[in-house]
Design a protein around this ligand. Structure first.
Ligand SMILES: *C/C=C(C)/C=C/C=C(C)/C=C/C1=C(C)CCCC1(C)C
Length: 249
């Protein structure tokens, strides 16, 4: 009895009926929530400046957990994509990810101006992406291209712009490794989103996948980029903190 009630509440009946999109919303919610708890708790195990990085990782996954809670509900009730919730989430979490990149390079002289450029580019990318997803068949390719320009600007900053130059001037192997992984996340991890977007009717991959699979792409990408990247920062933080403890002792 309790189980049936619980199953109803969390939408497990749909999940048991194996709706893969619903399953990923459900798992996404749990994973984001657990990660937020983990990042907040682990702040105690790292040194000063890394505490802020873990705080930001906790905020990113925490904000996403709340949105996944609502997105999962919306999807279960309507069977359609929770586009507005999705973009509200990204508008908060993507700039926070830019803060995360900035914090990584700040000890090596990153300036606030770089952060501002990254945030503006990400907002261009998201606002035009939202217009593309909601403005109908005829326009989604056009807005997708505009959005991609914002994305490519971020890729440029990380590979050849300010962020890249600063990380080259550092002699910390841990930071070098983090920057290398950051490049992989930005190019491979973030590229899953535009691929998902191309599933929209009238776009380049429409017909190849069902429209609802746009959420499969986005949910997978969110898990990789929000949790995965947070874990990368965490491992650098732990290594660097051990180093300073060793120096003191
Ligand atoms: C945690 C959420 C993240 C890291 C979201 C990232 C989103 C993108 C990189 C979205 C990119 C898009 C394009 C490059 C073109 C088509 C429209 C978008 C918004 C899906």
């Amino acid at each position: 009895m309790y189980f049936v009630l619980l199953a109803e509440i969390i939408g497990l009946d749909r999940i048991i009926n194996s709706d893969p999109v619903a399953i990923t919303f459900f798992i996404g919610y749990m994973a984001m929530f657990a990660s937020a708890v983990f990042f907040f708790a682990e702040r105690a195990s790292v040194d000063g400046k890394w505490k802020t990085s873990l705080l930001v990782s906790g905020l990113i996954t925490g904000i996403a957990a709340i949105h996944y809670y609502y997105m999962r509900d919306f999807y279960l009730q309507t069977g359609s994509s929770p586009t507005a919730f999705r973009y509200v989430d990204w508008t908060l979490t993507v700039p926070l990810m830019c803060v995360e990149f900035y914090l990584l390079t700040k000890p090596f002289g990153a300036k606030g101006a770089t952060l501002t450029k990254l945030i503006i580019a990400s907002l261009v990318m998201l606002v035009t992406g939202y217009i593309g997803e909601t403005s109908g068949l005829d326009n989604n390719i056009f807005w997708g291209i505009v959005s991609t320009l914002g994305y490519l600007y971020i890729v440029y900053e990380v590979f050849a712009g300010d962020v890249a130059k600063l990380s080259q001037s550092s002699d910390s192997p841990a930071l070098k490794k983090a920057m290398f992984l950051l490049k992989i996340f930005i190019t491979l991890g973030w590229s899953i989103y535009p691929i998902g977007y191309m599933v929209l009717p009238g776009n380049l991959l429409s017909g190849l996948f069902e429209v609802s699979s746009i959420d499969l792409f986005y949910n997978l990408a969110d898990a990789i980029n929000k949790i995965g990247f947070g874990l990368v920062i965490y491992s650098v933080a732990i290594k660097e903190s051990k180093k300073t403890t060793a120096q003191v002792a």
